[in-house]
Design a binder for this molecule. Structure first.
Ligand code: COA
Length: 255
């Protein structure tokens, strides 16, 4: 790990910060490696229940580093796993929040759209500039139609112009647009609300929601009902029911 991406945890809330502000957090190989390591840390850290991802300086991230420096894809790339990054499908069932503080372009937008919530500063701008560079965007193309509907996805992907926070909200890309100085407080407030729910129930629900979309209905219900048995047998499920009966706040253990 270098310091190209920072990982901090306060209680159950982890904050992942793109930290290359002098280049608007453009994603070079160093930043890419750090980002992957941070998501793995978050996924595996039992005390981390919710992640907020944001950018240092005036950008969330300007996307891939146009000056190059990324490791070339090897001739045997089909042998390596596809899901090595959060955007490409690394399985993380804990809730994730993108706090978008400025430019959020290309691969950074793919990452924001992989988060469960996008909160945007009024200064945020979103876009897939790839086609204006003559190159396709692949993960963005796979993810966006489901996220914002076909026409909005094509607006972003094929026109390649940036849209502001209000337009992003209108297309359903953002959950909320907030004054710039309130961005992190709003993201933390949301994270704290998420931490009031049983963390294992949250993860089971998110996994069923995600996998359920890719399954036939009957299989999705069968999978979900099996998950209910598994996730319903944990300590926190007993605690949640006991707390409700005793009219007190539950004390989640994550077990
Ligand atoms: N890769 C590498 N460096 C980048 C970068 C990128 N994607 N985006 C910005 N930077 C660097 C600039 O080169 C500049 O560095 P310098 O001060 O050493 O010259 C610094 O970040 C500030 O960028 P600048 O262009 O001066 O800021 P701006 O406010 O005028 O414009 C953008 C901001 C985001 C509109 C503009 O930087 C831009 O279009 N960047 C490229 C976005 C892009 O196409 N990304 C690829 C996605 S696949």
């Amino acid at each position: 790990m270098t310091n190209a991406v920072l990982y901090e945890r306060d209680g159950h809330i982890a904050t992942i910060t793109y930290n290359r502000p002098e280049a608007l957090n453009a994603i070079n190989q160093e930043l890419r490696d750090d980002l992957n390591a941070c998501w793995e840390t978050f996924r595996d850290d039992e005390e981390a229940w919710v992640a907020i991802v944001t950018g240092a300086g005036r950008a969330f991230s300007a996307g891939a580093d146009l000056r190059g420096g990324a490791r070339p894809v090897g001739a045997t790339h089909w042998e390596t796993p596809s899901f090595t990054s959060f955007e490409s499908g690394m399985e993380i069932w804990k809730p994730t929040i993108a706090a978008v503080n400025g430019y959020c372009l290309g691969f950074a937008l793919t990452l924001a759209a992989a988060c469960d919530f996008v909160i945007a500063s009024e200064r945020a701008q979103f876009g897939f500039p790839e086609v204006r560079l003559g190159i396709p965007t692949i993960q963005g193309a796979v993810r966006m139609p489901g996220r914002v509907g076909w026409q909005n996805a094509m607006e972003l992907l094929l026109i390649g112009e940036r849209v502001d926070a209000q337009r992003a909200k209108e297309m359903g890309l953002c959950w909320k647009v907030v004054p710039h100085d309130d961005l992190m407080d709003e993201a933390r407030a949301l994270a704290e609300r998420l931490c009031k729910s049983g963390p294992l129930a949250v993860r089971a629900t998110k996994e069923v929601a995600w996998r359920g979309q890719q399954m036939a209905f009957t299989e999705a219900i069968r999978f979900g009902e099996t998950m209910r048995k598994v996730a319903g047998a944990v300590e926190d499920a007993r605690e949640g029911m006991a707390a409700a009966r005793e009219k007190r706040e539950p004390q989640w253990s994550g077990r």
